[in-house]
Design a protein around this ligand. Structure first.
Ligand code: NAP
Length: 235
């Protein structure tokens, strides 16, 4: 398909599903840029994976900071080449138990800054070049909490942000349709991470499975979809 090993960038890769996604992509032959807002934590996560430094690198990137996104893109280009696969994984879950109108405006803004505007800015930095090269995969890590068809009262700022991320997924997929860039959203299910908590039913391996599957879609794969367990789900 491509003349070289694909290069993947994962945001929020220092722990949880981001780290597990890097582990799986690396073991499936990708070269991986692990990114996160605290470089020393990303570096220790990279060491935890035990992959060769030529194949898996750590870069600093706070998705709320456009300059850090552009700097990371340049560093990745120098060390691994242009990014073929982008996994927008970084997210925050704030005011989980509050009701919708008791969350202060900053609670919504802080959530959207990371979960929505962060993903948009990372796409702005990377997707046009994927389209120029005629090949790219974007995986937006969303949540069942963002399904409009099931929207209720759980974690209002987070849920509304994931619904917005889903809308952005549709928009980006339609914009780049036919140019080799496949854009999809995924619900990993409820997974044992710092965010999901120790009582969640799914392992990291199970949670990352559909993320990785979407990252490695063949060129006739789906775009503009929302998936759980490798199957389409309702928006
Ligand atoms: P997690 O353990 O809390 O990890 C979140 C990651 O995002 C951390 O690496 C964190 O970095 C990073 N992050 C937060 N703000 C950032 C920023 N401004 N810039 C860069 N990185 C940032 O969560 P997780 O469970 O692995 O979640 C990963 C994804 O899956 C998220 O999109 C989440 O919404 C989604 N999801 C999770 C579950 C679940 O049950 N776990 C269910 C549905 C969806 P720091 O270490 O620096 O904070």
């Amino acid at each position: 398909m491509m003349g070289r090993r694909p290069v993947a960038l994962v945001t929020g890769a220092n722990r949880g599903l981001g780290l597990e996604t890097c582990r799986q992509l690396s073991s499936l032959g990708c070269r991986v840029a692990m990114s996160g807002r605290d470089l020393s934590r990303v570096e220790s996560a990279r060491r935890e994976l035990g992959a060769a430094e030529a194949d898996v690198i750590a870069v600093g990137m706070d998705v709320r900071d456009v300059r850090s996104i552009v700097e990371a893109r340049e560093r990745i280009a120098e060390r691994l080449g242009p990014v073929d696969i982008l996994v927008n994984n970084a997210a925050v879950l704030l005011h989980e138990d509050a009701d919708v109108l008791s969350i202060p405006a900053e609670g919504f803004r802080d959530t959207f800054d990371t979960n929505v505007f962060g993903a948009i800015e990372v796409c702005r930095a990377l997707v046009p070049s994927m389209a120029e090269r005629g090949h790219g995969r974007v995986v937006n890590v969303s949540s069942g909490a963002g399904q409009l068809s099931r929207m209720s009262t759980y974690a209002p700022a987070y849920s509304v942000s994931k619904a917005a991320l889903n809308a952005f997924t549709r928009m980006l997929a339609a914009t780049y349709g036919g140019r080799g860039v496949l854009v999809n959203a995924v619900d990993p299910g409820w997974v044992r991470t710092d965010m999901g908590g120790p009582g969640a039913p799914r392992s990291l391996e199970q949670g990352a499975d559909t993320i990785v599957w979407l990252a490695l879609l063949p060129k006739d794969g789906p775009t503009g979809g929302f998936f759980r367990d490798r199957r389409p789900i309702e928006w």
